[in-house]
Ligand binder design. Structure first.
Ligand SMILES: Cc1cc2nc3c(=O)[nH]c(=O)nc-3n(C[C@H](O)[C@H](O)[C@H](O)COP(=O)(O)OP(=O)(O)OC[C@H]3O[C@@H](n4cnc5c(N)ncnc54)[C@H](O)[C@@H]3O)c2cc1C
Length: 392
């Protein structure tokens, strides 16, 4: 019988930690400590009862993770790898928290930061970075998902005002948002509108019966002749590239985030397998279990190396949307596989909320679908490889 060899650090087989700067390690440790203290003790009950704890938003603001990759206006101005590590640690807690941070920072704050007027930036970004104001992003509609160019929501000019009509669905944070970034067709192409809570004709109803991302608010938003002054339109962009550039920012966070959920599942399966005994020995000692653990570790480490590489490209300013698609597709698909495989190692216990695995697996079904489905990213990569679009 071979002797047990010296164990490698099961959380860092490729020694990626050695490539991180002291600041990046500090960000990772700080966010991890926050998740350990403020998220993990209550997440099962929030998930089971379908609660997003609104009271933690200000704490996320104080932690500095809201819009942390943006410069100025109260934002932390962190590098892409630091931002990625924060997403990873948040999603190791629950995808709902990383989703909140992605929507706030990349889908609501980023368009204001990138395309907003100076007045809009000063008005919205500091309170959003502090967690005093919540944002949301309305692109998807009841009949329009992967093909946002065919959206039906419209905005027309009336004198100096705009009047918006339409419906948006699956809007994360919709019913708790203080300001909604709503994308609508206009005569000048698709434009972004800042719709403050309380605007007459704006309403948001929470979507019930969701069995994934239960600790996150998803809403259906109705815009019924919403009148807005001209200063509420984002002046810096017209056309689909506006919302697509925001999605690209958010997808980058998912490249890292999904691997956080995967890491939590892998670590849970490893520790469970070492303790759980069947046939008189730990299930970790069976070759079939070790094969599963090894495959999980291989995909997790490959995913992290890819995320790290994409992060450094983003910091250098050369990251392309096709590369982000590659990372989003890989991380979400492999994270879901890792979660499902981890679930089998836990046997029946794996289907309960006593362990985080089934919760992460259920959450990852949404993460695979939102911000461009797995199929949409396959088509994006296919188009980059062949030069031929298979979208329509
Ligand atoms: C929990 C959650 C939160 C979300 N948050 C937000 C949010 O904050 N804001 C927002 O605007 N949206 C949000 N979304 C919506 C999300 O982005 C959409 O669900 C996603 O874009 C897919 O659209 P769809 O669900 O309408 O699927 P569809 O577009 O109807 O697709 C159905 C199926 O057809 C496939 N398909 C579509 N087109 C093609 C094609 N050309 N070739 C091959 N296959 C294709 C898809 O891959 C999928 O498998 C959220 C969704 C979820 C689940």
């Amino acid at each position: 019988m071979p002797e047990a060899t010296e164990k490698m650090d099961p959380a860092d087989l490729t020694a990626l930690g050695a490539a991180l700067s002291a600041d990046e390690i500090l960000v990772q440790r700080t966010v991890r400590a926050f998740v350990d203290e403020r998220v993990l003790p209550s997440i099962e009950s929030w998930f089971e009862n379908g609660i997003f704890p609104r009271e933690l938003v200000a704490e996320l603001g104080r932690l500095g993770v809201l819009g942390m990759h943006l410069q100025g206006y109260g934002c932390a101005g962190a590098g892409a790898v630091s931002y990625g590590l924060a997403c990873l640690e948040l999603e190791a807690g629950d995808s709902g928290f990383r989703s909140f941070v992605s929507v706030q920072g990349s889908l609501a704050m980023f368009p204001i930061w990138k395309y907003g007027s100076e007045e809009q930036k000063r008005r919205f970004l500091p309170p959003m970075a502090a967690g005093d104001m919540v944002g949301c992003f309305g692109l998807t509609e009841p009949d329009v998902g992967s093909d946002p160019a065919s959206m039906r929501s419209r905005a027309r000019r009336e004198g100096r005002d705009w009047v918006l009509d339409g419906r948006k669905r699956w809007v994360t944070n919709g019913s708790i948002a203080d300001v909604a970034v709503i994308w609508a067709q206009t005569e000048e192409g698709i434009r972004g509108f800042l719709v403050p809570r309380g605007t007459r004709g704006f309403s948001a109803a929470e979507i019930r019966g969701k069995l994934s991302l239960r600790a996150s608010v998803s809403s259906e938003v109705t815009l019924d002749s919403c009148r807005l002054p001209d200063e509420n339109v984002l002046p810096g962009v017209a056309g689909l590239r506006g919302p697509l550039s925001c999605l690209n920012e958010a997808r980058y966070g998912i490249v890292w985030g999904a691997l956080g959920a995967a890491r939590a599942c892998y670590e849970t399966a490893l520790s469970y397998a070492l303790k759980r005994e069947q046939f008189g020995k730990p299930v970790a000692s069976f070759q079939l279990t070790q094969a599963k653990l090894a495959d999980m570790a291989v995909e997790l480490e490959k995913g992290l190396l890819l995320a790290y590489h994409l992060g450094r490209l983003k910091e250098a300013g050369t990251l392309t949307p096709d590369q982000v698609s590659l990372g989003k597709l890989n991380s979400t698909r492999e994270a879901l596989d890792i979660a499902r495989s981890a679930r089998t190692i836990l046997g029946a216990n794996g289907v309960t909320l006593d362990y985080p695995v089934i919760r992460h697996a259920a959450n990852l079904e949404s993460v695979l679908t939102y911000e461009g489905t797995a199929e949409v990213h396959q088509l994006t990569i296919g188009r980059a490889l062949t030069g031929l679009s298979a979208f329509n």
